[in-house]
Design a protein around this ligand. Structure first.
Ligand code: VNL
Length: 394
């Protein structure tokens, strides 16, 4: 550590309000993995942490001659906890990297810590477009809602639907999806007749589904976060909407691989758009799914798992490139422009925005060997987050 770095670190420690402790153990690189391991989004924590563990089981725990140690912390889905844990991990545990972040408010809560401490924040799960703008140390391996929603709006318009109702969970990623859908669908000549927002906490979809039925649109476009799709589909069926002639079109969050096989045949034929399906037909994905299922009692990996797996791939590749140097600026620089083949297909990190560039697939629910899967039918290739792409053009 040179003098300037040492001073910067002391200043950071002072800022964060803690006592300076011993210097880094140079042969161990620590990653603080902050996730909702309990609470309503526990499935996301379980998927991401299992995939991170699988990455290390498949690729070893050593990079550039150093041992990579992952410290998992449960923020229960509460942003004040995320912030406190990020601070503790930086100050007390001297983590070189913060990772995880199951929901948008949690990713945003850690951003000031990443900036102050100059520690990379790898967002493996959350999906609101603006997240990467909250700190120059944020790099994302999940997706953005506008990225997967614009193709859904295009598909909906091409399918001949003229009048649509949108139904989203009422927080940042839902609003992102609602806006992206409306902008693209109206540009294609369609009309959005109603924009319905369902509370994030303890959602009851019934009154909103009644509104959908009353509007009699050609289709309903839906986003709910991972873990909530089962309840949505159950209430959709209870209200008889599966027999109403109103076409269901969703982001892949709704037909999550974690839950889809329990949803029943009512979802057969439903179209969604997303960046990952466990049915993605590539050798990389077949190996990933088989290893994940083997390590997790048959549990299928979902898009959250792939975000965690690729986040680790990115961290390992960056550490290789810096030859084990954990300087945050050097690590983020190493990550910019990185490109590789993920279980989801080809991906890269946009060097301008630090956001992920990836294929977005149009999928239909089908039965494969007696189980429900989102089977990919076509792809929009190398899609950037459209919100930041539009800003860059101005
Ligand atoms: C978010 C976006 C969370 C999409 C999700 O599941 C999801 C988020 C927990 O940004 O909060 O499927």
């Amino acid at each position: 550590m040179n003098r300037r770095n040492a001073l910067a670190r002391l200043a950071t420690v002072a800022l964060l309000g803690a006592l300076p402790v011993s210097a880094f153990a140079a042969d161990t690189i620590k990653i603080g993995l902050i996730l909702p391991m309990t609470g309503p989004s526990a499935s996301t924590g379980r998927q991401v942490s299992a995939a991170v563990a699988l990455y290390q089981a498949m690729n070893g725990k050593t990079v550039a001659g150093k041992t990579v140690e992952v410290i998992v912390k449960d923020d229960t889905g509460a942003a004040d906890q995320t912030k406190r844990l990020a601070q503790e991990l930086v100050v007390n545990d001297h983590v070189a990297i913060l990772a995880g972040f199951g929901l948008t408010p949690l990713a945003l809560a850690a951003a000031p810590i990443a900036t102050q401490a100059k520690v990379p924040e790898i967002v493996m799960a959350a999906g609101t477009a603006i997240i990467t703008e909250a700190s120059p140390f944020i790099v994302r391996t999940s997706f953005t809602l506008p990225q997967v929603t614009v193709p859904a709006a295009e598909f909906t318009a091409k399918s001949g639907a003229k009048k649509v109702v949108t139904l989203v969970t009422d927080y940042a990623p839902g609003i992102d999806a609602e806006k992206a859908f409306k902008e693209k669908f109206t540009a294609e000549g369609g009309t959005v007749a109603a924009e319905l927002r369902v509370p994030l906490k303890n959602p009851d979809f019934a009154p909103f589904l009644q509104r959908v039925a009353d509007e009699k649109p050609d289709a309903v476009f839906v986003f709910v976060p991972s873990g909530f799709g089962g309840l949505f589909v159950k209430q959709f069926v209870e209200r008889g909407l599966d027999k109403s002639g109103i076409k269901l079109i969703a982001t892949g969050d709704v037909l999550d691989d974690d839950l889809i096989d329990q949803m029943g045949d009512v979802v057969l034929g439903v179209t969604s758009t997303h960046h990952y399906s466990a049915a993605h037909p590539s050798p990389e994905n077949k190996a990933f799914v088989a290893a994940f299922e083997k390590a997790n009692g048959g549990q299928r990996p979902n898009f959250m798992a792939v975000g965690g797996f690729d986040g680790m791939a990115l961290i390992y590749a960056a550490l290789k490139k810096t030859n084990g140097d954990t300087d945050g600026v050097k690590l983020v620089d190493a990550m910019k422009g990185m490109a590789w083949t993920s279980p989801r297909g080809p991906i890269s990190i946009d060097p301008e925005t630090r956001d992920i560039v990836q294929n977005v697939y149009v999928r239909t629910v089908e039965k494969v060997d007696g189980h429900l899967y989102n089977v990919e039918k076509s792809a929009f290739e190398a899609v950037k987050d459209p919100v930041k792409a539009a800003k860059a053009k101005k």
